[in-house]
Write a protein that binds this ligand. Structure first.
Ligand SMILES: [Zn+2]
Length: 297
């Protein structure tokens, strides 16, 4: 059972529980009773049964749907994922979770094999494959010289799936609509990562450090066009390096945004830039890339 981390159920009990999950359907209400990973609330199946690889990585395996949806804390341990398969599963689960709307009613549970049983193979098929046929060409992301968490973050960013204020309010989740980096404009991914005056300071430092391999983003561009334009036409090796540099920068801007909102800590742009350099250096020491053009070492 070692590989299951803190999941310490004895096997016989685990089998019983699996049968129980397979035989019940949980309909979410307020999300307080259903377990995020272990209840069959996702179209009649439990996330741990659909995505066992992700379940292994999850830090807390017994929290309720409501607890895990707040601040997306179900994603926490999952940043450790390494394989493309794990990431594809994560993305599928992410999409499914985004469509959840909790209500005031308590969660309900019913026995699947009695009455009309609206559980069907088609539902299972839809769950397995929902979201996995995206039109988006992700190879510039998956091949970047960066870690899994950066790649996954970039994938969310480029697909407009980051939970920025505009996306949160579309889901009627309460949040501060203003950008926490500048407090002057509404928070969207385009603003936060590309056009915010704070972000621009960081991009400026990156441009100087990389001898303009990384550039200050153009006015008005969207994240998706920016990502494509910055990487089109580059030789393969340089494209992988540059994609990584863009990711590390965007990721650290997002981290700074989260620090401000959730930890009430503020860093200045130079500090964020130092963090980016430090992260890239660690990566370089570990696996040899990305190599920044101006970097003497
Ligand atoms: Zn801003």
């Amino acid at each position: 059972m070692k590989h299951l981390g803190c999941y310490t159920e004895p096997p016989v009990n685990a089998v019983d529980r699996q049968l129980f999950r397979a035989s019940t359907v949980v309909t979410l209400g307020d999300g307080k009773r259903a377990s995020f990973w272990q209840s069959a609330w996702l179209n009649g199946r439990a996330p741990m049964d659909i995505f066992p690889d992700l379940f292994k990585l999850a830090w807390r395996k017994n929290r309720s749907v409501k607890e895990e949806l707040e601040h997306q804390s179900w994603t926490r341990g999952l940043w450790r994922m390494e394989s493309v398969n794990e990431m594809a599963n994560f993305i599928t689960l992410w999409d499914l979770v985004q469509s959840v709307q909790l209500t005031e009613e308590p969660d309900t549970i019913r026995w699947k094999w009695t009455s009309h049983g609206d559980y069907s193979a088609k539902t299972a098929y839809n769950i397995q494959f929902a979201g996995s046929h995206s039109q988006f060409q992700g190879s510039t992301i998956w091949k970047a010289e960066a870690e899994g968490k950066h790649k996954f973050f970039a994938w969310l960013l480029v697909q407009s799936k980051l939970l920025t204020a505009d996306n949160l309010s579309k889901r009627q989740w309460p949040c501060d609509p203003m950008c926490s980096l500048c407090s002057q404009e509404q928070e969207t991914a385009d603003h936060l990562i590309l056009h915010c005056c704070f972000a621009k300071e960081v991009w400026h430092l990156m441009a100087r450090w990389t001898q303009n391999l990384v550039k200050i983003p153009d006015m008005g561009s969207s994240v998706a066009t920016w990502w494509q334009q910055e990487l089109t036409g580059l030789p393969k090796k340089l494209r992988r390096t540059k994609a990584a540099l863009l990711m590390y920068t965007a990721w650290n801007l997002w981290k700074e945004r989260n620090q401000r909102i959730f930890e009430h800590n503020r860093a200045i742009a130079t500090r964020v830039f130092q963090e980016i350099k430090a992260e890239i250096l660690i990566r370089k020491l570990a696996v040899g890339g990305p190599v920044v053009p101006s970097d003497p070492c």
